[in-house]
Design a binder for this molecule. Structure first.
Ligand code: AMP
Length: 430
């Protein structure tokens, strides 16, 4: 057993898997650009207070999952980001983004940190991609972020995901509902677990999030938030559903969906995958117009967004065989040196190919020809290019297609032309 192991709840991503991440990130980048979202990158740690205010002190994240540290005895407490939205909003407010343009559409990919008990699909360091649409408070805006998220899933070929959606109403709706929940749960105080007892005082909506099996029957009988919505909130929600219907995005209304974070209002949604077992949430989001004020802004900033867990997305894609058909986009050439006194010449050719943007590998350890060929096959090279005395003297090089064993003699110019042609790439993948 080596002396050092990766920390529990973190993992290493090796090249084959990293290629899958890149592929997914590429699809996210392309769709974000199509929908007019630009990338934002924010710091990995922030002042702890930002998350306490922005996420809410009654949430599990703030209550028990944050990696918090103090850089020096007098320094302010810092926390590794457990989610992105608070940081994005902090950046937007700090730099007064909305003064330069009334609407900002931002997206991100990045690592997050939560001190949760690690299990399949749940880590202490994990990644999300997501989007935040700031400055517009409308059903069309929330429908736009849902559409973009679902479009990412569709483009990746994912099947069988379930989108659940609910309305949390406005602040007044939730205040009335909060009282109704307190009235409902208070007589059962003795059977509530400790966490729910605390939530009953501070944030009874969160009792509905409880996974405690002993409370499920009680939770099912609780009043529905939907019944406490005012007509404007109902109309807002119906308009969101109208857009989803129009776009053929299937959903299920789930009146119990409240989501863990305090800053949501109106629409909230979550996507689950049956492929994932206990940790089945793959992404979620909603509208959070109240967050900016919570962070000290003197004005409201309308906002909607979503976040999707990369690890769970990749697990689902793997289970659905969506990586099986991924083929390299361009041919890989392995330069095989027949005699070591030609190694420098082979390296020059390698540079020429790479300068022409052709993926090229060469042995750097003066290994035998047999070992070089083995390596070419191991790394799934498409072609072997042989460099021997005859080749050097005549200027004609043998290029062997490693899947068909077909061999052609080509000058360096003809070789470059052939390998750069789109048809060469096409042939390769067959
Ligand atoms: P949340 O910010 O809690 O709404 O999470 C959004 C998505 O991030 C979830 O649906 C998961 O896919 C993913 N996620 C959240 N927590 C974890 C975790 N500890 N490990 C892996 N993925 C996570």
């Amino acid at each position: 057993m080596p002396q050092y192991q990766a920390v529990k709840g973190t993992r290493d991503i090796f090249p084959e898997e990293a290629a899958r991440w890149k592929y997914v990130e590429g699809v996210v980048d392309a769709l974000a650009s199509l929908y007019g979202f630009s990338e934002i990158r924010i710091p990995v740690f922030e002042y702890t207070e930002l998350f306490r205010r922005g996420i809410g002190s009654t949430t599990d994240i703030v209550g028990k999952e944050m990696f918090t540290f103090q850089p020096d005895p007098k320094g302010r407490s810092l926390t590794l980001r457990p989610e992105m939205t608070a940081g994005v909003m902090r950046a937007a407010l700090q730099h007064n983004l909305l003064a330069s343009a009334p609407v900002h559409k931002l997206y991100y990919t990045g690592e997050l940190f939560r001190k949760e008990r690690p299990q399949a699909g749940r880590q202490r360091q994990f990644s999300q991609f997501g989007a935040e649409l700031l400055g517009v408070s409308s059903p069309a805006a929330v429908a736009e972020v849902i559409t973009m998220m679902m479009e990412v899933f569709r483009s990746l070929g994912l099947q069988g995901l379930k989108l659940r959606i609910n309305s949390l109403g406005d602040t007044d709706d939730r205040l009335r509902y909060r009282c109704a929940l307190q009235d409902y749960f208070s007589p059962f105080h003795d059977i509530l677990d400790d966490a729910s007892k605390e939530r009953l005082e501070k944030n009874p909506l969160r009792i509905l999030d409880s996974k405690n099996p002993a409370l499920q029957e009680l939770i099912v009988g609780a009043p529905k938030l939907y019944d406490y919505l005012n007509p404007a909130s109902v109309q807002d929600f119906e308009k969101v559903l109208y857009y989803l219907d129009e776009r053929n995005i299937a959903y299920e209304i789930d009146y119990r969906l409240v989501r863990g974070l305090d800053y949501y209002c109106n629409t909230a949604f979550e996507v689950t995958s049956s492929e994932l077992g206990a940790q089945d949430a793959i992404g979620g989001g909603g509208r959070y117009d109240g967050l900016a004020r919570e962070l000290g802004s003197s004005v409201d900033v309308a906002a909607s967004g979503f976040a999707v867990g990369m690890e769970r997305l990749l697990i689902t894609m793997e289970k659905q065989g969506l990586f099986d058909a991924l083929t390299p986009q361009c041919p890989l050439v392995y330069v095989v040196v027949q005699q070591q006194d030609l190694a420098d010449h082979a390296l020059q050719i390698t540079c020429r190919l790479r300068n022409a943007a052709i993926k090229t590998e060469i042995d750097l350890a003066a290994r035998s020809m047999k070992a070089q060929m083995r390596e070419a096959n191991r790394i799934k090279a498409s072609y072997a290019l042989f460099v021997g005395t005859t080749e050097k003297a005549t200027g004609l090089y043998a290029l062997k297609n490693l899947s068909t064993s077909e061999q052609t003699m080509l000058s360096l110019e003809a070789l470059l032309e052939f390998l750069c042609e789109p048809t060469a790439n096409g042939q390769l993948q067959s």
